[in-house]
Design a protein around this ligand. Structure first.
Ligand code: ADP
Ligand code: ADP
Length: 237
């Protein structure tokens, strides 16, 4: 379970990006966060893995109070939380497989990853992650040679290779055309359904949110304006 309790984030400069947010997300839920640009979506997601510290209130991931973790515990939390980005954040000049193996960096001793010494079990896990997003045939292609939709599927596979219990996707389809956006949302949903990974996705299109979310949280000015089943969300969100 992920739990926000009166979570508030005020940035230097005075903008309050999250304003006393109370939200509980049970394990395995597929939650889409919607809201206009500046509503606080990205801040909410980044608070989960401690990338943005709260000004007041708490956020808990399982039994971990994110604001109270030591550096080592924070690293362990981040190894357990997969991230998917708007601009994919792949290393263009290397292969898809190597990109997915980067998802293992926090899971193997650093001397091994520095030497590029990946065991067969690591490679097999990476290949299985590519299979989930049906792009295993591109394993030895350079990431730069893939389309945007394919790159995002690799982004998902890299996150899966971490064997996370939570996935955070910050505007994962904002750089993609509508058909490709649907395809990426379907893969995220598949991952949630088949692997049971709790998933938080930021979107700014309500129609996509409604189609795929178990639950929609609508933010405005850092406050929760709507919180309910995807199907019940209306244009006011
Ligand atoms: P969204 O993801 O919904 O677009 P954000 O969480 O990125 O919203 O931003 C919420 C508000 O916080 C915005 O007004 C934004 O300008 C501000 N903000 C975001 N990041 C920072 C930062 N690092 N420093 C100062 N203000 C920020
Ligand atoms: P590069 O020249 O960038 O290393 P290659 O095409 O030679 O690219 O190799 C692809 C990458 O895939 C290798 O760098 C390696 O990390 C990884 N790889 C492929 N097969 C294996 C394997 N059996 N064990 C470990 N790593 C592998």
């Amino acid at each position: 379970m992920i739990r926000f309790d009166q979570a508030t984030v005020t940035y230097r400069g005075g903008v309050t990006a999250l304003d006393h947010v109370d939200v509980e997300i049970p394990d395995g839920e597929f939650v889409v966060i919607v809201g206009l640009s500046g509503a606080g979506k990205s801040t909410l997601i980044r608070a989960v893995n401690g990338l943005v510290p709260l000004t007041s209130g708490t956020v808990n991931v399982g039994d971990r109070d994110v604001g109270q973790l030591t550096k080592r515990q924070l690293r362990a939390l981040r190894a357990d939380v997969g991230m998917i980005f708007q601009h994919f954040n792949l290393v263009d000049r290397t292969t898809v497989l190597n990109n997915v193996l980067m998802g293992r960096l926090n899971r193997v001793p650093s001397w091994r990853s520095m030497l590029g010494w990946w065991g067969g079990d690591e490679v097999e896990l990476a290949m299985q992650s590519l299979e989930v997003v049906e792009i295993v045939d591109k394993a030895y292609i350079r990431a730069a040679n893939l389309s945007g939709g394919q790159q995002q599927r690799v982004g998902i596979a890299r996150a899966l290779a971490q064997q996370p219990s939570v996935l955070l996707a910050d505007e994962p389809v904002a750089s993609l055309d509508p058909p490709t956006s649907h395809s990426v949302m379907r893969y995220l949903q598949k991952v949630n359904r088949e692997l049971g990974i709790t998933t938080l996705v930021n979107l700014h299109f309500l129609d996509l949110a409604r189609e795929y979310a178990d639950r929609i949280i609508g933010l405005r000015g850092g406050r929760v304006m709507f919180d309910g089943p995807g199907s019940a969300a209306d244009e006011k969100v």
